[in-house]
Write a protein that binds this ligand. Structure first.
Ligand code: FAD
Length: 399
């Protein structure tokens, strides 16, 4: 790592103007006789090599070395509601077990709540080596301030290598706080994970609006912390429990909180497309909201959930929870039918795990066709009625 240091004692009225004029990125601010570098700096070093002597200086910093071998084990933080474990926890345990085998590290689950023994036993059946449990009436309902203090205390007592958290609403609130307390980094919303021989977690996620997949590496800090979206990994199969449940004694933490739960207002249930077996996904090919009626017969026959691309959410045609993609839900249905969708990377990232993909598009070069099992080149306004007629005939034949 390196940065450009400004030696303020060498800045004066005559050289500051030369420096500002020299910078091609307008990266200098000179306010109240104080020179600073702003976010436009591209570290081109022109100010050092061609600028007034001694004003700007290149400073290399070295991170303190850490003994990575002292940090061992993967911990999955378990989210649960009303006695039910959020399935992302099982998916993360499965992935952690697969990757921890490469470096021969144990996999643990961390569970906080009240009367959570049954859930702890269930976690053992997914092959974790240990479930660490904090069980106390004060841990219900979830309170991010108190839970963070406990989790901080847990990780400060042991040197764990990797912590995985589900990229849910709760996980996204919780994980940054844990990262800050443990003074480590956090890679949010990973879509893939891997690990090196040295135990460095490779955290892979879309970046720059989904145009590239960034591989993020945390070589100089431990523990390594990542949130991972729901439905990115397979739920592991059951295994005979061989791990153990470890009930942790309550540490001395501050139980005060500024959070007061006044009431709970559940959002109207819309059904979660992430759990759907069959999805009909619609895109901008549909010219008006009324035209969506075309999909109803097919939807009924297949008992499908309807999902959509982002522009249809922006049009106000659907509840935002119906959006597939990077800024929407990740889905993994047994069947998805894409109707008039261009296949932008932000959309494909959210559905490429579907078992069977059928796409309809007028454009023969449609990007979704590359990942589809069946591609229909055609107009949705013609294909859908034809498909409905075909299904009617088939049903008639069978009766
Ligand atoms: C940071 C960021 C995050 C994003 N996140 C998401 C996300 O999570 N989900 C998402 O969906 N998008 C997301 N987007 C938007 C994304 O880039 C695309 O703009 C969007 O997915 C396009 O939606 P679409 O395919 O419905 O529309 P279009 O791109 O307009 O495509 C319409 C398609 O329909 C076809 N078509 C037109 N008429 C017919 C017809 N009559 N019959 C058959 N086919 C027809 C066309 O050939 C075309 O392929 C994001 C963008 C950004 C910048």
């Amino acid at each position: 790592m390196a940065y450009i240091k400004i030696n303020q004692d060498k800045v004066n009225q005559s050289n500051v103007k030369a420096l500002i004029d020299l910078c091609p990125f307008n990266a200098f601010d000179y306010i109240d006789a104080y020179l600073s570098i702003n976010a436009a700096c591209k570290m081109c070093k022109l100010c050092i090599t061609k600028g007034p002597e001694g004003v700007c200086e290149w400073v290399e910093t070295r991170k303190p070395e850490i003994d990575k071998s002292a940090y061992r084990g993967w911990v999955v933080l378990i989210e649960h509601h009303d006695g039910i474990i959020h399935p992302v926890g099982f998916e993360l345990i499965g992935k952690a077990r697969e990757l921890a085998a490469k470096t021969d590290e144990p996999v643990m689950a961390l569970l906080l709540g009240h009367q959570v023994r049954e859930m702890a036993a269930e976690l053992l059946t997914y092959g974790v080596d240990a479930v660490h449990v904090y069980d106390d009436p004060r841990l219900e309902p979830f309170n991010v301030e108190i839970h963070t203090r406990l989790v901080e205390s847990f990780f400060k007592q042991r040197q764990v290598n990797i912590i995985l958290v589900g990229g849910t609403t709760l996980g996204r609130t919780f994980a940054p706080r844990i990262a800050a307390r443990l003074k480590t980094g956090l890679t949010a919303d990973c879509t893939m994970l891997d690990v090196t021989k040295e135990g460095d977690l490779l955290q892979i996620r879309p970046a720059f609006g989904g145009n590239i997949m960034a591989k993020i590496h945390t070589p100089a800090h431990r523990p390594q912390l990542a949130t991972i979206r729901y439905k990115m990994f397979e739920r592991p199969t059951f295994s005979t429990p061989s791990g153990k449940i470890i009930v942790e004694s309550m540490p001395e933490v501050d139980w005060s909180t500024g959070i007061k739960r006044l009431s709970i207002k559940p959002k109207p249930a819309v059904g979660d497309i992430a759990d759907a077996d069959v999805i009909i996904a619609v895109g901008r090919a549909f010219k008006t909201k009324k035209d969506l009626a075309l999909i109803e017969p097919l939807q009924k026959r297949l008992d499908a959930m309807v999902a959509c691309t982002r522009p249809l959410i922006e049009n106000g045609w659907f509840d935002p929870r119906r959006q597939i993609g990077l800024s929407g839900r990740t889905v993994k249905p047994r069947l998805i039918i894409n109707l008039g969708i261009s296949g932008a990377v932000q959309y494909i990232e959210g559905m490429k795990g579907a078992e069977l993909i059928i796409s309809v598009n007028t454009d023969p070069d449609n990007k979704l066709f590359d990942i589809s099992h069946y591609a229909i080149v055609g107009d949705v306004y013609e294909v859908l009625p034809a498909l409905n007629r075909l299904l009617d005939d088939l049903v008639e034949e069978q009766t």
